[in-house]
Design a protein around this ligand. Structure first.
Ligand code: NAD
Ligand code: ZN
Length: 717
């Protein structure tokens, strides 16, 4: 069923120049999705939509083979290793797999194999049929039986070094067990996560306020590719072994795919228990159907079946073409779909204020699972507009009462993919997306080029409250000793702190609240907490601005605003004028232009600031807060200091001051503090054990100062 159709040029009518342009467009789009999927573990589209892009590219290349270049996605595997990982060059390249979507394509694959090997029409090579696990492939190098290195596939040539992470996976032996062990071997397979473990992990992620993963595959990839190994260790990763790369010698006289699987098991690996050796195409296809029926009830996600020629001598004769072996093929499953009625559209407000539409469905079974809710992504998706502004579903919109097609494709979260127009009730009306947050009533806005509409009630929206309050007390904001995330969650749960001003009213209300009665809060700690809160009743302007939780206002922008306006009154006065002049089509006030003219503040940031102040609910909460605190004017930057206008990088362990102090002092003197060394850097201040930044500074000839030299330079000895 066509789930998505864009007005893309018809392939049969493409001229060569047009095809060239279209190939370029597809290549860029596929590369963008490859990066999101392989490097960031956060796909932007479903696998089915991604596969459709690739199929289109391949169809055009088949028509114009002379346009195939080495840069085409049809010639490449995965994506280059992400930054931050050491690189490992694979001794034997790691490949992808060709795809078959029908029985005919599988039969065609076998005929190709027979022709290539010069076999007779009835001489069918045996095939090993394996479930295609939806995880990420991993290569494990063993020397004299010891695990020495583990790497991801990367772009097939070079992968990411994940040795330390892999040592935390129980399914992967540190030492091989088998009777016969090659001197050196590289064993391969799939890292994956059980569906149940994935759901549990996502539940915990949500509780901790982290973004949930889209599906078990991304969750496994994201968990393995962690710089902090203890995070990997805490994730329930598993591994199926099914392949190998370099083998100094085979552990058996007549190696075959199935014998090697037996040996992998003997060596201590988990081998998938469903795998079967098939003698005929009929047997292979029967395996595909059986596994297809079991798919929903298997504890892990699979997206097809892989058939591999069993004899290894055949495998090596067959070799590979561009990105996949000739001796294997992946027979993919269709996405699981079902039809049901959309009963209601509800809007959920996320912790960051994003309004997400969710379809409430008449319950229906999709691939063995009862589905009652499905995502509708965003406002445009409901209207029938895609991320690129082009029509989706030929422009069909989605309405309450519609009969809809829903799909689960590798993704655990089902989605509504299409509408059956013939069944649309006569009285169905286009859905109108709320312009107000359903939780707090604040106006909700969409930024230019953003699909998401967000609640602007940053200071008061209950859906966002906990996140905002945590932000309010965070280190760069109010930074109150003894009032961390844990206490905020607790106070919020009890209804004691709903908005920032409440924090400053705790002491006054304590006769009724009686904080000292809470577990873990003695009299002393409560007294200390109140003292710490009092100490923050005087706060610098930039900390206050940062603490408000305005979208796009991080520490840097908060400082720009604070320095520009100098004190709270002039900041607020300008904001009020700008907010009053805010209209749907823009803002013509001088106040808004003043904001825009601040170096470093762009349109998106300026608009977000004004939206915040245009919401009266925020203003009320801010006024409440201001009754409790005194805001100190911004320290004026010295323009005549020795380091004014210079760019400084601090590196290594500093002993005379903390990083934050160093940064604040430098900025007060008009210097810019950067995170990395470049030609534009004026000074590198190196503490103890300074590493690559120091090396880079020397290479580039940037002045390197000790802490004392720095203090002397800024006249602070
Ligand atoms: N949604 C997106 O944006 C997006 C982007 C990129 C890729 N993808 C998805 O990723 C997949 C393409 O990735 P690919 O190039 O790795 O190809 P592939 O997943 O189709 O096939 C190759 C991979 O299959 C895996 N595999 C699992 N079980 C196996 C077995 N028993 N034997 C051999 N291999 C087995 C291996 O990891 C191997 O690398 C597609 O499903 C595609 O939809 C999605
Ligand atoms: Zn809200």
């Amino acid at each position: 069923m066509a789930q998505k159709s864009k007005p893309v040029p018809d392939i049969t009518k493409l001229t060569k120049p047009k095809a060239k342009v279209e190939l370029m467009r597809l290549r860029l789009e596929i590369e963008r999705h490859d990066k999101a999927y392989y490097q960031d573990d956060a796909p932007l589209i479903s696998d089915a939509d991604y596969d459709a892009l690739r199929q289109r590219l391949e169809a055009i290349e088949a028509k114009f083979p002379e346009l195939v270049s080495g840069a085409s996605p049809s010639q490449k595997v995965g994506a280059a290793p992400a930054r931050g990982f050491a690189k490992v060059t694979h001794k034997v390249r790691m490949l992808s797999l060709g795809n078959a979507f029908s029985d005919e394509e599988v039969e065609e694959f076998l005929r190709r194999v027979q022709r290539f090997l010069n076999l007779g029409e009835h001489e069918l090579p045996a095939l090993v049929a394996e479930p295609k696990i939806d995880g990420l492939s991993l290569s494990l190098r063993y020397e004299r039986g010891e695990l020495v290195r583990a790497a991801t596939r990367g772009d097939g040539f070079v992968g990411e070094d994940v040795t330390a992470n892999v040592r935390t996976i129980a399914d992967i032996p540190h030492r091989l067990q088998a009777a016969s062990i090659p001197e050196a071997c590289e064993l391969r397979g799939e890292v994956y996560m059980l569906k149940s473990d994935f759901l549990e992990l996502n539940r915990k992620q949500e509780e901790a306020g982290e973004a949930p993963f889209a599906n078990p595959r991304n969750s496994a990839a994201g968990s393995l590719r962690q710089k902090d190994v203890s995070i990997t260790a805490s994730r329930p990763l598993r591994f199926f072994a099914y392949a190998w790369g370099e083998m100094s010698n085979y552990p058996m006289a007549e190696p075959t795919q199935h014998a090697m699987l037996g040996w992998l098991k003997e060596a201590g690996f988990v081998v998938n228990p469903e795998i079967e050796l098939c003698r005929t195409v009929a047997e292979a296809l029967a395996f595909y159907r059986r596994i297809g029926e079991q798919r929903a009830s298997l504890p892990y996600d699979i997206d097809g079946v892989v058939y591999k020629v069993d004899r290894l001598d055949y495998q090596s004769r067959l070799g590979f073409v561009s990105r996949s072996p000739r001796w294997a093929i992946a027979h993919k499953f269709a996405a699981e779909q079902a039809t049901t009625v959309l009963e209601k559209i509800e809007i959920q407000v996320g912790r960051t204020g994003a309004l997400t539409p969710v379809a409430r469905l008449r319950p229906v079974t999709v691939g063995g699972v009862v589905v009652q809710n499905a995502t509708l992504h965003n406002e445009d998706y409901i209207k029938g507009i895609g991320g690129d502004g082009q029509p989706l579903r030929e422009g069909r919109d989605i309405r309450v009462g519609d009969t809809v097609i829903i799909q689960r494709a590798g993704d655990v979260i089902p989605q509504v993919v299409d509408v059956v127009l013939d069944k649309r009730p006569d009285d169905a009306v286009p859905y109108s997306f709320p312009q107000q947050c359903p939780v707090c009533g604040s106006h909700a806005v969409r930024e230019e080029d953003e699909a998401v509409r967000r609640c602007t009630g940053a200071m008061i929206c209950p859906a966002q409250a906990v996140e905002r309050l945590k932000h309010f007390v965070s280190r760069l904001a109010f930074d109150i000793d003894g009032l961390g995330e844990k206490q905020i969650v607790l106070f919020h749960e009890r209804g004691w702190v709903e908005e920032p001003a409440d924090i400053f009213k705790l002491q006054q209300r304590n006769e009724t609240l009686q904080l000292e009665r809470l577990e873990g809060f003695g009299e002393t700690s409560v007294r200390n907490l109140f003292a710490a809160i009092d100490a923050r009743r005087k706060i610098e302007l930039h900390r206050l601005i940062f603490a408000l939780g305005i979208r796009h206002i991080g520490e840097g922008n908060a400082k720009l605003l604070a320095r520009h306006f100098g004190d709270l009154d002039s900041f607020l006065a300008t904001m009020r004028i700008a907010a009053a002049a805010q209209t749907a089509s823009g803002n013509a006030s001088e106040a808004y232009h003043e904001l825009l003219n601040i170096a470093g503040i762009g349109e998106i940031v300026a608009a977000a600031v004004v939206e915040f102040f245009a919401e009266s609910r925020n203003m009320r909460a801010l006024d409440e807060l201001l009754k409790e605190i005194e805001v100190l004017p911004a320290e004026q930057v010295k323009r005549d200091s020795a380091v004014a206008g210079k760019t400084v990088v601090f590196t290594g362990a500093l002993t005379k001051f903390t990083r934050d102090e160093a940064k604040a002092a430098a900025e007060r003197l008009g210097a810019k503090v950067a995170g990395s060394v470049s030609k534009k850097t004026d000074y590198v201040v190196a503490g103890e054990d300074a590493g690559s930044k120091l090396t880079k500074a020397r290479e580039l000839g940037v002045a390197v100062l000790s802490e004392d030299e720095w203090l002397a330079l800024i006249g602070n000895t």
